[in-house]
Design a protein. Structure first.
Length: 145
């Protein structure tokens, strides 16, 4: 299963915030959309990611004010991306190694979506279920092969 398969299922909607917006506005947007991260775009250029974890670690625990702190001050600026042809094992490996939960999807220099650890886990479970169903069919003698 590839990243493209995941995007075909979930959609390729990309939610973003500008680096000059306040952290409060970013967190409010995440809450309204019920998502855990936003891409940080400056004139369509990916400059970072802001997540709930960034908010917790760089605002709350540092005593900053979210209403006056710009996103650029707390965003994660080293962004790891995948492309639509990458497989889910590659995504899991990157997410585990880098301890991240969201991966922007870039093809030909353009952002075409974003996937989360939840999307990847769901894809793995779905893939395993298909394999289980095929094995059951084979054992029961109803496999078409």
């Amino acid at each position: 299963m590839t990243v493209k398969d995941i995007l075909n299922r979930k959609g390729n909607q990309v939610y973003s915030v500008h680096p000059d917006e306040t952290v409060y506005d970013a967190i409010k947007k995440m809450a309204e959309l019920n998502i855990g991260a936003l891409l940080v775009l400056n004139d369509k250029e990916l400059t970072g990611v802001i997540s709930e974890r960034d908010y917790r670690n760089k605002v709350i625990l540092k005593g900053r004010a979210s209403a006056t702190t710009p996103v650029r001050d707390i965003m994660t600026s080293q962004v790891y991306c995948v492309n639509s042809s990458d497989n889910i094992n590659t995504c899991m490996s990157i997410m585990t190694e880098k301890k991240i939960r969201h991966l922007p999807v870039m093809d030909n220099g353009s952002i075409i979506g974003i996937i989360s650890i939840g999307d990847v886990v769901k894809a793995v479970i779905d893939e395993q279920q298909v394999e289980i169903d095929n094995l059951r069919d084979y054992i029961a003698g109803s496999y078409p092969g």
